[in-house]
Design a protein around this ligand. Structure first.
Ligand SMILES: [Fe+2]
Length: 442
C-alpha cells in the first residue's frame, strides 16, 4: 500500500479526505500538522509517494516549504496543494478551495498511478465490518446484522445473521467467536446509528453502581476497544468522546476498589481481556500506587494518569507494536516500515488526536507527549532526563514495568523486573519511583 501525508486544518475535511483516500485510492494516510513535522517524517520515510497539504497553515507557507525541501533533496514525491498558492501555481497541482473529496481522490489516484474509477466501483462497500466486541454488552441490535461469505476470489455474499428485533446474549456471540468469526457486517447506511446505539448501551452499563469488579473491568475493556477502533476509523467523534469519558471514569473506580494486585493480574489474564486494555489498566493501577505515595499527590493526578494511559497507544494497531518499550525493541522487531513509523510517532499522534477532547489541558498533553521520555513525543529514551514532568516519570516507570510483566518472553516476577528498571533508569528521581514501586510488593 502506498503512503500519503495529509496536512488539512479543518477537522471534518481531514476525516473525510483520509477515509476516502484510504478506501478509494488504497493509500495509507499519515496525518501531519506543519511543514516541519512533514520534513522530519520524510527524513525517516523518504519512500512516501504523495503529500497533500494546505497552501498555508496559520502564518506558515507550508506548501512552499515542503516543495523547497523536495526540490533540494531531489525527491520524486508528488505534491498536491489545497488552496491558492501563486508561488507554486506553475510547478505543482494546486486545487481551488473548497476541494471536494471526489476531486481530491481523483487527483491523488492519478498522481499515484491508480485508476480510481475502478476502485470506486469495486470498493464502494454496502456493508461495513464491526468487531465482535461491539456485541458483548448489548442484548439486541438496532438494525439487521450480517456475516460475509466468500464466493469467489474477490466476490462476497452477505447473509443476515441477526434481525433488528432479535435478542441474544454474550454466550451466543462467543459461539460465533469460537467458530472463528471476527467481524459482523452492518449496512453502511446504519453504521452511525449502530455505533451510537452500542455506545449508549455501554455508557449506561459503565455508569451503573452495581457492576461486579470483574464485569466492570471487562465492560471497560470493551469500551476501550470500541473507542480505539472508532477513533482509527472516524477520528474522535461525539460517541467515542462519551464512551471514553465513561470508560476512564469506570477504570478509575475499579482501580480505587481494586483487590490485591496479584488477584487482579490473574483475573486480567484469565478473562481474555485484550492486551491493549491489560496494559492500560495495569499501568494506571501501578501508576496510581506510586502517585499516592508522593508528597505532592492530588486526586486529579490519577485522572491525568488514567486518561493518558487510556489514549496513549490509541493509534497502534497490533500487540507487537504495543509491546515496544525502547529503540532497541523497535530495531529488533519484525514490524513493517509503516508499523515502525507509527510506533515512533505514536505519543505525538495520540496527543494530536485527543487535542479536540474537552478534558485535555496542558498537563495531559505534556504527560502524553513525554510518555516515552522524549519531550516531543517521537521515539523512546532509554534513560530519560530529570526534565520530564513528574507524572510522566511515574507513567514511564509503570509502563516499563507492565510491558515486561505482560511479555511472556520476559521475566514475570517483581524480583527479576525491578533490577531491570534500576539499571535502565539511572537518574535519582526515577530510582526513587522504582523504590516506591518496590514497596508495593513488600
Ligand atoms: Fe506508548
Amino acid at each position: 500500500m502506498s503512503q500519503t501525508i495529509l496536512i488539512e486544518t479543518n477537522e471534518d475535511l481531514k476525516k473525510i479526505f483520509a477515509l476516502n483516500l484510504n478506501t478509494f485510492v488504497a493509500t495509507e494516510v499519515i496525518l501531519r500538522q506543519s511543514a516541519e513535522d512533514t520534513i522530519a517524517l520524510l527524513r525517516i520515510l523518504p519512500q512516501i509517494q504523495l503529500i497533500i497539504t494546505k497552501a498555508r497553515v496559520g502564518q506558515e507557507d507550508t506548501a512552499v516549504k515542503i516543495h523547497h525541501y523536495l526540490k533540494n533533496e531531489a525527491m520524486e514525491t508528488s505534491l498536491i496543494v489545497l488552496g491558492e498558492c501563486p508561488e507554486l501555481a506553475n510547478q505543482v497541482l494546486c486545487l481551488q478551495e473548497p476541494v471536494s473529496w471526489e476531486i481530491l481522490i481523483k487527483q491523488a489516484a492519478s498522481q499515484l498511478g491508480v485508476t480510481v474509477q475502478d476502485a470506486i466501483q469495486k470498493n464502494k462497500p454496502d456493508y461495513l465490518p464491526v468487531g465482535l466486541y461491539y456485541f458483548y454488552d448489548i442484548q439486541k441490535v438496532p438494525c439487521d446484522v450480517f456475516i460475509r461469505i466468500k464466493k469467489g476470489p474477490a466476490e462476497y455474499q452477505f447473509i443476515k445473521r441477526l434481525n433488528s428485533k432479535d435478542t441474544f446474549d454474550r454466550p451466543a456471540i462467543q459461539k460465533y467467536e469460537e467458530q472463528g468469526l471476527k467481524e459482523f457486517y452492518i449496512p453502511k447506511d446504519y453504521i452511525q446509528y449502530f455505533t451510537t446505539f452500542v455506545t449508549n448501551s455501554l455508557v449506561s452499563k459503565l455508569e451503573r453502581e452495581d457492576l461486579t469488579l470483574e464485569d466492570r473491568i471487562l465492560t471497560t475493556a470493551h469500551g476501550h476497544e470500541i473507542v480505539r477502533d472508532s477513533i482509527n476509523k472516524m477520528g474522535l467523534e461525539e460517541s467515542s468522546l462519551q464512551l471514553s469519558d465513561a470508560s476512564v471514569a469506570s477504570m478509575i473506580k475499579s482501580i480505587k476498589d481494586s483487590p490485591q494486585v496479584a488477584g487482579l493480574i490473574k483475573f486480567l489474564f484469565s478473562n481474555k481481556v485484550a492486551y491493549a486494555y491489560q496494559h492500560c489498566h495495569l499501568l494506571a493501577l501501578m501508576g496510581h500506587y506510586i502517585l499516592s505515595k508522593q508528597s505532592w499527590y492530588k486526586v486529579e493526578h490519577l485522572q491525568i494518569l488514567s486518561f493518558v494511559s487510556f489514549f496513549s497507544d490509541v493509534t497502534l494497531k497490533n500487540h507487537q507494536q504495543m509491546q515496544i518499550s525502547s529503540m532497541q525493541d523497535l530495531a529488533e522487531s519484525n514490524l513493517t516500515d509503516a508499523e515502525r513509523n507509527a510506533v515512533m510517532t505514536h505519543a505525538r499522534d495520540a496527543a494530536a488526536i485527543i487535542d479536540g477532547h474537552p478534558q485535555v489541558d496542558d498537563y495531559i498533553r505534556t504527560v502524553l507527549l513525554q510518555s516515552h521520555g522524549k519531550l516531543d513525543g517521537v521515539g523512546f529514551e532509554d534513560d530519560p532526563s530529570e526534565e520530564i514532568h513528574p507524572i510522566a516519570k511515574v507513567f514511564i516507570i509503570s509502563d516499563c514495568f507492565v510491558k515486561i510483566l505482560l511479555n511472556p518472553a520476559l521475566p514475570s516476577t517483581k524480583k527479576e523486573i525491578l533490577p531491570i528498571l534500576y539499571s535502565r533508569f539511572s537518574k535519582p528521581s526515577y530510582q526513587k519511583i522504582i523504590k516506591t514501586l518496590e514497596q508495593k510488593f513488600q
